[in-house]
Design a protein around this ligand. Sequence first.
Ligand code: SAM
Length: 275
Amino acid sequence: MKTENFEFVRDFLRLRAGIVLEEAKVYLVQARLGPVVRRLGLDSIDTLIEELRRSPEEELHREVLEAMVTTETSFFRDVHPFETLKSVIIPRLIRARREIRELYFWSAACASGQEIHSLAMLLRENFPELQGWKLMLLASDVSQEMLDRTKQGLYSQLEVNRGVPTRLLVRYFNREGLSWRLDESIRDMVDVRKLNLIEALPYLPKMDIIFLRNVLIYFDMETRRAIIDKISRHLKKDGCLFVGGAETMIGLNDTLTRERISNTSVYRLAGGSGA
Ligand SMILES: C[S@@+](CC[C@H](N)C(=O)[O-])C[C@H]1O[C@@H](n2cnc3c(N)ncnc32)[C@H](O)[C@@H]1O
């Protein structure tokens, strides 16, 4: 692959999604764009990139972006955050919101929806008292392909094996050929929206829980800072922000403080109280 074409892909990803690709990642571009080259019947990655440079066609730009994003995820990823939500955070929130009976959750880089669907199952399974409450579960991502997968709720055997306990598999999934379809009653709890975290966000209600997990790692410091600043303005004053286990916000934002709840780290607005 020509150096200038690799540089073009790097700039393209940074401009389109804020994603930083290290110089050593030529192999990654080759591995991810290879299938696009074959699907379009082109003869090489260089031809694809030259096409991309020439063509204003949005569909091609979208296809390249989607091929390049890392969408690794799993049901109940890291386990502890979900246990802490179940045993401490959601019970507290239910007490704090018992008058208004509304709760707002947002998975801000949802990939194929396994994070938000884990939360939906957790709520349905453990909090029958939420029946009749207004619940908003928002799932957003920059990738339309991932949003379509979230809406469809169709997962492979491997994906369900990786994180769905048998009890939940039996209760909330139906076999469809070699895959498993999440029950409509769970899928219907989730609103899916295309949101690019590096762009201005539309009006959204303030959230009780925001998942911003395993996405900050793809951005440079300045972009991380800008995204956290933006996201924290969508958090209720007693809400909780979850980032990935390997991610830290030290030095990135003054308005958030890290708090250890049970065995999970969450971020909350400094001076926030309550739940
Ligand atoms: C590794 S997945 C993380 C999924 C899930 N949050 C988890 O922790 O399992 C990262 C997701 O971030 C999305 N993403 C990357 N850049 C983004 C951006 N600028 N705005 C919104 N989503 C983005 C990717 O499309 C991908 O689905």
